[in-house]
Design a protein around this ligand. Structure first.
Ligand SMILES: C[S@@+](CC[C@H](N)C(=O)[O-])C[C@H]1O[C@@H](n2cnc3c(N)ncnc32)[C@H](O)[C@@H]1O
Ligand SMILES: COc1cc(-c2oc3cc(O)cc(O)c3c(=O)c2O)cc(OC)c1O
Length: 359
């Protein structure tokens, strides 16, 4: 008697469905094996070695008993599959599956970006501020809380972050790292003209100033202000053309030629989004502009892997803030709701786009 689910499925459909269900049900194993790699210190061991290393050398550097070889090579095999490690087979190319010792392992570019001191560290500590918010996500769909984070902690993300120094430091350090790498690409790009000709700019929600420092270094004649919440900027020292201002972007934004919003608007719901942009519009000159660095979902320029990454970050926004990543149509509607007359998506760099908005 065929299971009611098997009706109308051809044998090849059934076999494909079996493969798909294994991949969907055991997708978490990617996370588990990555955590295991971090826990063992694989990325740091390869980085410290300074060049690709054989499995045997990697194991001894990690003080893993040779008796575990038959198991350890299966862990590294799946890490290669996920593109976290690269296996360079020995020139004579006769390395068989059972003996990777003739192959050399190195870190994929991904590892260099996320493993050293990156956000994955939050996944190490089961009690971490960021980890527990993901538990029992289904509970949130059955309550009226503004975010799963609120269900988990009884507090909004920014409120709790401001009260938890170590988590706040971890978060802002990760944001600074994200900004350093993004600004290196943006300012090195022919589109560095985004900031050209500006005499003043306010980086709203600019955190610890990584973006503003990069801009003022490239454009020393520009006066930059970083606006952020008091606990964030309280002890930060400005410079001749960089000033830290404690404030609330929902109240008032200091006047300037231009306002920058990097990874800000995706943190907020539509009503809050429009409020921020209306304050930005009040802050800029008539010939000024708002520069937005954020994700545009369903961007035809992006491939499937990038789209999946955007979906993950959209989940992150939903879980932590009850906010969202937006597609072009959603961005455009809110731009006009905030009273702006036109905008231009200047370019897309990786997952994010640079958008200019004109009053
Ligand atoms: C996701 S972080 C982005 C930081 C920085 N723009 C970047 O991309 O690295 C959001 C920033 O908004 C700041 N923020 C949150 N609420 C704010 C408010 N009401 N007024 C000003 N800044 C705020 C946070 O402190 C944080 O620095
Ligand atoms: C990119 O803009 C935001 C990111 C985050 C954010 O991102 C990550 C990423 C990650 O790999 C692990 C993490 O634990 C986190 C976070 O905890 C986290 O908060 C948050 C944002 O606003 C709250 C962003 O705008």
């Amino acid at each position: 008697m065929a299971d009611h689910n098997d009706q109308n499925l051809t044998p090849s459909d059934l076999l494909l469905a079996e493969t798909q269900s294994w991949n969907q049900l055991y997708f978490f194993i990617e996370h588990v094996t990555l955590k295991c790699a971090l826990q063992l210190g694989i990325p740091n061991a390869i980085t410290k070695h300074g060049k690709p290393m054989t499995l045997s050398k990697l194991m001894s550097s990690l003080s893993i008993s040779p008796s575990k070889y038959p198991y350890f090579h299966r862990l590294t095999r799946i890490l290669v599959r996920y593109g976290l490690l690269i296996l360079q087979k020995h020139e004579d190319n006769n390395v068989d599956d059972g003996d990777d010792s003739k192959g050399y392992y190195s870190l994929a570019p991904t590892d260099r970006y996320i493993m050293k001191d990156g956000p994955w560290n939050s996944m190490e500590d089961q009690d971490s501020f960021f980890f527990k918010a993901w538990n029992c996500l289904g509970d949130w769909f059955r309550n009226e809380d503004p975010s799963k984070f609120y269900t988990a902690y009884g507090d909004l993300f920014w409120t709790k972050l401001s009260r938890d120094t170590s988590s706040g430091n971890w978060f802002h350090a990760n944001m600074a790292r994200d900004s350093r790498s993004f600004m290196n690409v943006l300012i090195g790009n022919e589109f560095k003209d985004v900031f050209k000709g500006l005499t003043s700019l306010v980086d709203v929600g600019g955190g610890t100033g990584t973006v503003a420092m990069a801009i003022t270094k490239k454009f020393p004649d520009m006066k930059c202000i970083v606006l952020d919440l008091p606990p964030i900027v309280a002890n930060l020292q400005g410079s001749e053309n960089l000033e830290f201002v404690a404030g609330d972007m929902f109240q008032k934004i200091p006047a300037a030629n231009a306002v920058l919003l990097k990874s800000i608007l995706h943190d907020w719901n539509d009503e809050e989004f429009v409020k921020i942009l209306k304050n930005c519009k009040d802050a800029i000159t008539r010939s000024g502009k708002v520069i937005i660095i954020d994700m545009v979902m369903e961007n035809p320029e992006l491939d499937d892997e990038a789209f999946q990454a955007q979906l993950f970050i959209d989940m992150l926004m939903m879980v932590f803030l009850g906010s969202k990543e937006r597609n072009k149509k959603e961005w455009e509607k809110l731009f006009f709701d905030a009273g702006f007359t036109s905008y231009k998506i200047i370019l897309t760099l990786g997952l994010r786009s640079v958008i200019e908005l004109y009053p």
